[in-house]
Ligand binder design. Structure first.
Ligand code: SAH
Length: 252
């Protein structure tokens, strides 16, 4: 693409050529006051289900705005089926986890409460806004779904065994990530523990679960947010969308 990248916004209105989209207050302020756009300008929109479209702003006030969809620019490609389960850490580090997990293609993000999770408030609304923003900036065509926080014990009790649960285990019990992922293709979930690690009884429960696999991310102890980025990166390169074959070829 030549020149400055076009502004990309996630909207909840289903998109199709001819559709009218009403911007919310935040988006209107962003387009007008921040980006200095006005009626006639073109923006890119995606809705998480129909792909990406070019739209023309038809009116823009301080708190309201509207656009008309002109043409489709990219077909919809859903994210690969990989969930990220993470134990919330401190605020700015959790922000980092949501942003990086979105960029690295997690389809669903689940905050998991473990024994040593610092039970700070889990700010779901903030997580959703951050995921939407990271999707806009990374050119994702969907936004990861963020689930309500769940206790690890409860999560294991109702786990659908057709989805592999890979738990990142720094205790030395796991095999190398790329090998474990290659042997277990299909629907996946990657679980990363809190700064304090998993409690012994949690590790025992995970090791006993027939659907779970222990994964090593190398000999060094990573911070939780690093482990998230590392686990998703290895998974994407072994099982996901980093193989180049399925990357869409349309112009960007
Ligand atoms: N408190 C622990 C470290 C926890 S690190 C200790 O000092 O021993 C936070 C989480 O990151 C862990 O629960 C684990 O899920 C993941 N992790 C960190 N390093 C890892 C590694 N080398 N291999 C696998 N998982 C790792």
């Amino acid at each position: 693409m030549s020149g400055a990248a076009k502004i990309r916004l996630y909207v909840k209105t289903p998109l199709a050529v001819g559709a009218r989209v009403v911007f919310d207050e935040n988006q209107s302020r962003y387009l007008g006051a921040v980006m200095r756009l006005s009626a006639g300008a073109e923006v890119l929109l995606f809705d998480g289900q129909n792909g990406e479209f070019a739209a023309e702003i038809v009116n823009l006030g301080k708190k309201t705005g509207e656009a008309v969809v002109k043409k489709q620019t990219r077909k919809f490609v859903p994210a690969k089926d990989v969930w990220l389960l993470f134990a919330p850490v401190k605020k700015d580090r959790t922000d980092f986890i949501i942003e990086k997990a979105t960029e690295l293609g997690a389809s669903v993000i689940v905050p998991v409460i473990t024994r040593y999770t610092i039970a700070e408030k889990v700010r779901l609304e903030r997580f959703c806004a951050q995921a939407a923003e990271a999707s806009e900036q990374s050119r994702r065509l969907d936004v990861p779904e963020i689930k309500e926080p769940v206790r690890l014990k409860d999560l294991l009790a109702v786990w659908d065994p057709s989805r592999r649960l890979f738990f990142m285990d720094e205790s030395g019990g796991g095999r190398p990530a790329r090998m474990v992922f290659a042997e277990n293709k299909g629907a996946a979930a990657l679980l990363v523990g809190p700064e304090g690690g998993f409690a012994e009884e949690e590790l025992n429960a995970l090791r006993a679960a027939p659907f779970a696999r222990a994964v090593s991310l190398g000999p060094l102890i990573l911070r939780a947010e690093t482990a998230v980025a590392a686990a998703l990166s290895v998974w994407q390169s072994v099982c996901g969308c980093w193989d180049g074959e399925e990357n869409e070829k349309e112009s960007r």
